[in-house]
Design a protein around this ligand. Sequence first.
Ligand SMILES: [Mg+2]
Length: 348
Amino acid sequence: MKLSTERITARLRYPFRIARSGSSARADSTEIVRIAITLEHDGIVGMGEAVPVPYYGHTLESIEQTVASASDMLGDDLEDVDGIIDRLLDAFDDERAAVAGIDAAVHDWIGKRRGIPVWKMLGLDPTKTPPTSMTIGIDRLELLPEKVAQAADFKVLKIKVGTDAEIETLTEMRRLAPDKTLRVDANCGWPPEDIIERMQGVAPFELEFIEQPTKAGELDAVRSARKLAVTPLIADEDSVRPSDVPRLDGVYDGINVKLSKCGGIREALRMIADARSRKMQVMLGCMTETSLGVAPAAHIASLVDYADIDGHLLLAEDPFEGLTLKEGVVLPGDSPGLGIRQTSVPHV
Ligand SMILES: [Mg+2]
């Protein structure tokens, strides 16, 4: 059994800016670096991708170290997903992006071994996958017409708000896209004392939901605001791993599950099942990652209400292929495992 990593690069289509803790930060770099994880055993190669999430303390180096240490912990039976993920999380509870990448490689390996796609392994039906949203980054208002035109294939647009210009941005968005479903992500940008006022401010735009209005942990403010029942509230930064779900019940209308945060498919399925048992809505998100990184989410996206798995579509070039975009829905393929093929040689 051999587990190895390789740094891969991809260029972003556009630099983008989001709000974080009330301030704006601009990601000017147009190049991203991700970790491709390769799992070789019995002549079968499983692959996964890990995305360092700085917000959760991950780095490229911490992912590489975690994967190197994980080699000895997979055991003899790669089909024992629960045992493998439990052992990895016991040892690397805070390195869930790395665990997610290994979880992806293990699922890919099992699917290839059995000759079936991961969605079939899990008993799922991709035709039930909801349309994904395309994210429109905060930028100068005069650039919005071009961005909205480029997102013509998508039924749902997601706008990053949480800045002083959000009303102007939403006004322009509604003018440009009067018939599309609009959802917004405040990315922790609303002060808790202003949440009700800000929710009332965006209510006329008939938003599908508001993602993470305040910074993580401001649950009292969110609980009070939700009582207004103006627009559904979805937790993102507050919703990291399965143990977070119970305390969000009664606070948010739903949770955003991201595999890089929670630790992969196994952990995501636990979060989804728990949220469903509490009658909470479920959104499935991703990071900016290649098709290899988005694939595990695409395979389980039929389980959720809202898909936001456009990470690979934000790249100018994708070193992998295997996902399709059909009428605004990101779909996994029918090939065994994650169904992802490499299209170009990774490099750093
Ligand atoms: Mg978010």
